[in-house]
Design a protein around this ligand. Sequence first.
Ligand SMILES: C[S@@+](CC[C@H](N)C(=O)[O-])C[C@H]1O[C@@H](n2cnc3c(N)ncnc32)[C@H](O)[C@@H]1O
Length: 339
Amino acid sequence: MRGRGLRVPRSRGEELRLRLLATAQLRRDLEILREGEYLVLPLAGEAPLSADWGETVWREFPSVHPPPPSDYRELLDWTPEAKADLPRSFDIVGDIVLVRLPDSLEPRKEEVGAALLSFVPSARIVGLDRGVHGPERRRHVERIAGSGGWSTRHRENGLELDVDIERAYFSPRLAHEHERVASEVRAGERVYDLCCGVGPFALTLARDGRASRITAVDSNPAAVSLLRATQARYAWGTRIEVVEAPIERFLSHAVAVERVILNLPHEGIKYLPSVAPTLAPRGRLHYYEVTPRAEFERRAEGVVGALGTGEWTLVERHRVHPYSPTSDLVAFVLERLEL
Ligand SMILES: C[S@@+](CC[C@H](N)C(=O)[O-])C[C@H]1O[C@@H](n2cnc3c(N)ncnc32)[C@H](O)[C@@H]1O
C-alpha cells in the first residue's frame, strides 16, 4: 500500500519509532522499510511533522499480517462513550510509560495500564502521571501496571540519558528543543545551561563538540548525580562542568558568556535580572516560559522588560508544545545588542 513515511537514520530508528508510537502517529499495519543506512517508518494520519523529525517521503509499504493494533485504545473492550475520555497519546521514557488520565477514569486506571503495557513492546512499568511539583519539578507518579522502579535510561537524539522519573525532572517532549538549541551553537562559544536537570541540553551540546566550555547548573542533587552518571559513560562528557548549586548563587560570580539556556518555565522570569549580565554582547539567551496562548504575540516585550539591563532583540520565538488547553510552553531566543 502506498503511504507517507518518515525516513530516518537506522541509528535513530528505535527512538523515533517509539516517539511516533506514543503520539499515535505510527501505522503498525504496514512494514517498516529498510533502505541502506535508513529506515522508513509508515506514518498514520495527515499531520505534518517538522523537519527535525526526519524527511517525510512517499513509499509503497507491504502490509503486516495479521495487523497489530495501531492504538492502545483498541485493546480496551469498553463502550465508545467510556473510551471518549481516554487520552490519544502518552509518553515513553526508556522502559517506562507515563499517562495522564482525567478523574473520571481513576477507577479504571489499572485497565488502562495493562493495555499500555501490552501495546508498547519495550514497556516494563506504566505510571499514572500526576504532574511535576515544587521548585525541583519532581514528577508525582503512581504505578498502574508492570513492576520495578522509576529509574531508566532514555534514548534521545542518539544519546542515552540516565533518568529517574520521580527524583529529577525529565520530559521526552523536549527532545527536538534540545537538538535545536545544540545545532545553533557556534564554534568556541561558552555556554551556561541553567536549571539543567539531568542535562539533556548540556549533553547534546557536548556531544556536538563546538562549544569551548559548557557549565550545567542545578540545585537538585539527584538531577546532578544523574547527569554525572551519563557524563561518565561518554568520552566527551568531560566537556561539561557540572555545578550543584542554586542558580542565584552561581550567577552572583558568573562571567559573561556567548549563550545561556534557562528552562525553568514557571519561575525563570524572576531570575532574568541576574541572568542578563552573564550574556556577552551578541550573546543569546534561550528562555522558556509557560505563556497563555492569547499573549504569545506580545509576551516578548515583558521578557525584555524583565531582563532590565542592556538592549535586546528578539531573534525568534516558537511554541514547544501545548501545556494546557489555554497555554503553551514557549521558547524565546533573545540577543544582547550591547552592554
Ligand atoms: C523544568 S526543569 C528543566 C530541566 C532541563 N533543563 C531539561 O530540559 O530537561 C527545571 C530544573 O530547575 C531546577 N531548579 C529549580 N530552581 C532552581 C534554582 N533556584 N537553582 C538551580 N536549579 C533550580 C530543578 O531542580 C529542575 O531540575
